[in-house]
Design a protein around this ligand. Structure first.
Ligand SMILES: [Zn+2]
Length: 220
C-alpha cells in the first residue's frame, strides 16, 4: 500500500543525508496520506544509503503498525511525528534532522534568530526558531514537546537533540529543514563576527514574502 508515498519518503531521507542535514542513523522522515490518514515513516536502524520503499513502515494515528513489508520497526521517534500530525491537521510531512549548526544552538538551548530573509520561508513567530524543551529520545514527553512550538510555526529546535520541520509535502518540510540550518549557520557566524554580542533579528513584518506586482505574466 501507498507505494508512491513510500518512495517519496525514501527519496527525501536520502536527499537530507546528501545535503548534510543528517548523518549516520540520526534523523527520520514521514508523510501522511491525504485520503487514508495513514503515515509512512522511515524505519529504525536502516542505513539510508540502502533504504528501499519496502523498508518504510505504515502506521495509523494510534501508533499501530498497519504494514511493514520488510518487517522493520518504525523509527524510535515516530511518536513525535504522530504528535505533530495530531497537533496540525493541515500538514502532510515531518522532517527531523540533526544538522550541524542547528545542533550547536540546540546544544545551548538557544533559539535561532531570523537574521536574514530565509526566515520568511519557515513561518515561525517573530521569525525566530524556538526551542522545544528537552525530553529523552523515544518518550511520550519528547512527542509532546513539539506540540506548543507547532502552534506558532513550522520549524523548531529540539533541545540537546536536533531540529524538526513540518510542511504540506516532504519537499516543503525538507526545504524548511535546509533553511533552519542556513539560518543557524548565519546566526553562528554573525555572533562570531560580532564578538558574541547579541545580533538583532529583523522585525516580523520584514519576513512577509512579497512578489513584485509590477511583473506581468500576460500582456495587457
Ligand atoms: Zn533525533
Amino acid at each position: 500500500m501507498l507505494e508512491s508515498l513510500k518512495t517519496v519518503v525514501v527519496q527525501c531521507a536520502q536527499e537530507a543525508e546528501a545535503q548534510g542535514l543528517c548523518r549516520w542513523r540520526s534523523g527520520n522522515f514521514s508523510a501522511r496520506d491525504e485520503s487514508t490518514g495513514l503515515i509512512c515513516v522511515t524505519p529504525s536502524g536502516v542505513d539510508r544509503r540502502t533504504m528501499k520503499p519496502d523498508d518504510v513502515v505504515v502506521m495509523d494515528r494510534d501508533a499501530q503498525v498497519v504494514e511493514s513489508i520488510n518487517g522493520r520497526k518504525p523509527s524510535s521517534e515516530a511518536l513525535m511525528h504522530l504528535a505533530a500530525y495530531e497537533e496540525r491537521e493541515d500538514i502532510y510531512a515531518v522532517a527531523h534532522t540533526h544538522s550541524p549548526f542547528a545542533l550547536v544552538f540546540a546544544a545551548l538551548e538557544r533559539p535561532v534568530p531570523g537574521l536574514v530573509l530565509e526566515a520568511a520561508h519557515i513561518r515561525c513567530a517573530g521569525g525566530t526558531i524556538p526551542v522545544a524543551p528537552f525530553a529523552p529520545q523515544g518518550t511520550a514527553a519528547l512527542a509532546d514537546s513539539v506540540r506548543a512550538p507547532l502552534r506558532t510555526g513550522d520549524a523548531m529546535l529540539l533541545a540537546r537533540h536536533g531540529a524538526l520541520t513540518v510542511g504540506s509535502s516532504l519537499d516543503d518540510a525538507l526545504l524548511k529543514a535546509a533553511y533552519v540550518e542556513e539560518l543557524a549557520e548565519v546566526a553562528y557566524r554573525a555572533y562570531a563576527l560580532a564578538g558574541g554580542a547579541e545580533v538583532s533579528a529583523l522585525p516580523p513584518e520584514a519576513f512577509t514574502l512579497r512578489y513584485p506586482e509590477k511583473i506581468k505574466m500576460t500582456k495587457e
